[in-house]
Design a protein around this ligand. Sequence first.
Ligand SMILES: Cc1cc2nc3c(=O)[nH]c(=O)nc-3n(C[C@H](O)[C@H](O)[C@H](O)COP(=O)(O)OP(=O)(O)OC[C@H]3O[C@@H](n4cnc5c(N)ncnc54)[C@H](O)[C@@H]3O)c2cc1C
Length: 465
Amino acid sequence: MSTDLPVIVIGGGPVGLAAAAHLLERGLEPLVFEAGDEVGAAVRDWGHVRLFSPWRYDVDVAAARLLEESGWTPPAPDGLPTGAELVERYLEPLAATRQLSTRIRTGTRVLAVTRQGMDKTRTVGRDGRPYVVRTMRDGRVVDVLGRAVLDASGTWGHANPLGPAGLGAVAEDVAMPWLAGPLPDVLGRDRGRFAGRCSLVVGMGHSAANTLLALVRLREDEPGTEITWAIRGRSPARLYGGGDADGLPARGLLGAELKAAVASGAITLIREFALVSFDVPPGGDGRLGVSGTGRDGVARTLFVDVVVGATGFRPDLDMLREVRLSLDPAVEAPRQLGPMIDPDLHSCGTVPPHGESVLAHPDAGFYIVGMKSYGRAPTFLLATGYEQVRSIAAALAGDTEAAGHVCLDLPATGVCSVDLGDRAAVEAAGVGFATGGAHGWSAAEPAVTGCCGTSQPAAVGVGGQ
Ligand SMILES: Cc1cc2nc3c(=O)[nH]c(=O)nc-3n(C[C@H](O)[C@H](O)[C@H](O)COP(=O)(O)OP(=O)(O)OC[C@H]3O[C@@H](n4cnc5c(N)ncnc54)[C@H](O)[C@@H]3O)c2cc1C
């Protein structure tokens, strides 16, 4: 394959831009396609939300080196940015650097990925064929060749449906006018939709928690605001979290505040609720009927003005239809990674640092990275993604030693319901346990401890039930 071809990066979010920085450092030519009009389009959508991870974990090292060359002033490592600040103080200046600005194409959506002249069924001569990335820009379809592809397109915009068993509820499509996205800006842009009205929040991730607490704040000014929170599970304990024991204090506080708001009666919590159908009011005006069943099978209908579906996200795999992938059948993450992040087993989201070998697919040179690499698991952290792309860039440059030496150090979470299990089994899956501060500005001592007995705990769930 021609080494003159670029490495194509799909998505100009934090991990896609970090990938470009690492590729450049390795002497490889990145080309980033970003669907939004500007980089960080997904993060901008939830710009009103404050991250739990302080800046030290939010900035990639290779990106920081590029930025420092351009005279960038790094934010205080312990500060907690909002999504908007992450864009303004980090992603925008990074995309504007001399090295990256010419290598990013915004307003360009990737429609599909394949290998030149080969559909998925063709094996002979497959290896070594360049990738063809089909893009759409200004209504025009353009195919671009790449020597490798990193899909860093995230999962934002692909929310899980609200019905049970992974399917939409009956009439979910018709109920759209009553459904808010997963993270509405309750105290800002979307205030009018919630003030003095009756809201139902569905879900048990941090997105749900953020919205619920914003609604509680709104209720202080707008006393008619009613808040109901429906969860499928029996207990919200996992979201209430580790409190003071949480390695990310902002996350511990969120859980503690939510618990207090439920205890005070500001939020009405409905447990074990399986949302089955919506009933749109006659004439399309008035409250939406939301029907579901509890664990005992007893039907119940709520009437609300707005529903916030915070039930997590799933990866868009349609555009990868022609690529030979190896995915975990449950989580839709790369096969070796899936069992380590399965949210059914790992409430804390603990995952050992992992790199190129864990993320590889049968089609060599193709990788899913960043938020999308976690498939349906909600516990991805930026620092994990930065280490993924460092390792992949090293591998693509032929530095197998650096690719295999995966390093990460993050604060331990205080909550984990299930043990990750046998370290030997995890190592057998090709996951290294070495640590060494390959992120942010902190150097770390080797450590193999954490809530699940691994070296890289602490994750944030942004959705899910
Ligand atoms: C509310 C919230 C809070 C979070 N808080 C934290 C935190 O505190 N700490 C932490 O470490 N992580 C946090 N995360 C998790 C995660 O780090 C973020 O979601 C992060 O934005 C993931 O980065 P990414 O680059 O993988 O994906 P994204 O930021 O989603 O970027 C993907 C980019 O790809 C573009 N794109 C999508 N499809 C296409 C296509 N077909 N063609 C071209 N471009 C495309 C999108 O427009 C987007 O710009 C949080 C997530 C959310 C939602």
